[in-house]
Design a protein around this ligand. Structure first.
Ligand code: SF4
Ligand code: SF4
Length: 383
């Protein structure tokens, strides 16, 4: 959670959290604050969700700002919308905190342009596993509805990665709907930036409510999630650390690269691992085989996963879409989150936490050179 302003606007809940957020979006569209709204909408077959850019108010009747699943990561939708620049239209994107954090990472990597985008977020209760949802969408909607409306957000039905997510509230967004710990049928709307403040001003919404009760609830839940995360990572550690363990963990991998295609952070337009350059010829494969005695196909599975980790673990936002996308149920997100947690701690960086904080690999810091000099000196015994 970022540093929260002290005050927010109190909004009466009508037709549940989702109905209240939709009403706000309708008003802001009507009053011209935005030219369009990017929002999840149930697909016609009723068994999944798609991101839809809405310009006409009646279309919002079929939208669901708090969707129970992630079919496509929100940052991917924003990449498609803004990859050629910000354009002339003001668009509001209503997204989960991990969608927003991925969008911020991508904006630093020049893949998303946030100039004309207003990022609106909410306290996220987590999402359901895609495979479970597809089996019974109606039942899953009921489960998610009772989870969202419950007094305590019981995360036992949500994805494992959501159960350990301690970034479920107040990302670096322009406006945030505070759903936790509010009382008497109200929620809070909190501006996170000047852009957000201007929108509330344009809508004539005053934000003078004290947020301490909400903050207390969020901090309580963060503590619970941190504990769950530490326990989970103890279990993940032996499956990731060491080459043989990694080999066992990815033994079932069929090399489909779905995890990479679904990941918002894997943005390269031509991935080395999908290129012809990465494919060895038969003589080379046979040479490798003679050294090891045998070789399994598809080739280079571990190289693919470790390569991906080294490319993107500094920006991984633990959104979990890679696990959802894996056809052989490898817990890819648990593994990548574990590695990301370590990498990001090493660089004292938190992916998507702030638009200001530079990406560590893109920042030149002279003192890091001195650190390397000391390391080399220690190893060689000479300057
Ligand atoms: S590696 Fe997985 S969890 Fe991390 S950002 Fe990519 S899809 Fe999300
Ligand atoms: S989605 Fe699963 S099977 Fe496909 S490459 Fe990724 S880990 Fe392997």
């Amino acid at each position: 959670m970022n540093i929260v302003p002290n005050r927010g606007a109190k909004i009466s809940v009508k037709n549940g959290f989702r109905g209240t957020i939709l009403e706000f979006l309708r008003n802001s569209l009507e009053k011209g604050c935005f030219d369009g709204i990017l929002i999840p909408m149930r697909v016609p077959a009723d068994d999944s969700y798609a991101w839809v850019l809405v310009r006409d108010k009646p279309f919002l009747d079929n939208a669901n700002p708090i969707a129970p699943i992630v079919s496509v990561q929100g940052a991917k939708a924003l990449t498609s919308l803004t990859r050629k620049g910000g354009g002339n239209f003001n668009v509001a994107a209503i997204m989960k905190p991990c969608d927003i954090r991925a969008s911020i990472e991508l904006s630093k990597l020049k893949q998303v342009n946030l100039e004309k985008i207003t990022l609106i977020s909410y306290d996220c209760p987590g999402t359901l596993e895609m495979s479970n949802y597809i089996e019974n969408p109606e039942e899953s909607e009921k489960i998610f509805g009772s989870l969202l409306d419950g007094d305590v957000w019981d995360d036992k039905f949500t994805k494992p990665i959501c159960q350990i997510c301690d970034n479920f509230s107040f990302p670096a967004c322009d406006l945030h709907f505070a759903l936790l710990g509010t009382e008497n049928g109200s929620i809070y709307l909190i501006p996170g930036t000047e852009k957000g403040e201007n929108i509330l001003d344009d809508l004539g919404i005053e934000y003078s409510e004290d947020l301490s009760n909400w903050e207390k609830k969020v901090i309580e839940l963060i503590k619970k999630k941190e504990k769950q995360k530490a326990e989970k990572f103890e279990l993940v550690k032996p499956t990731v650390e060491g080459f043989d363990n990694l080999l066992k963990t990815f033994a079932n991998c069929i090399g489909c690269h779905n995890c990479q295609s679904a990941c918002p952070i894997c943005y390269c337009r031509q991935c080395y691992f999908d290129s012809e350059v990465s494919k060895p010829n038969s003589d080379f494969i046979l040479l490798r085989t003679s050294k090891r005695g045998g070789i399994s196909f598809p080739l280079d599975r571990i190289m693919f996963h470790t390569g991906r980790m080294s490319h993107m673990s500094l920006s991984c936002v633990s959104c979990g879409v890679c696990t959802d996308a894996c056809p052989v149920s490898i817990p890819v997100a648990d593994i990548f989150s574990y590695v990301a947690d370590k990498t990001q701690r090493t660089f004292e960086y938190k992916a998507g936490n702030s638009t200001e904080e530079p990406l560590p690999m893109r920042e030149y810091r002279f003192d890091e050179l001195l650190e390397i000099k000391e390391l080399v000196k220690d190893a060689d015994g000479q300057d």
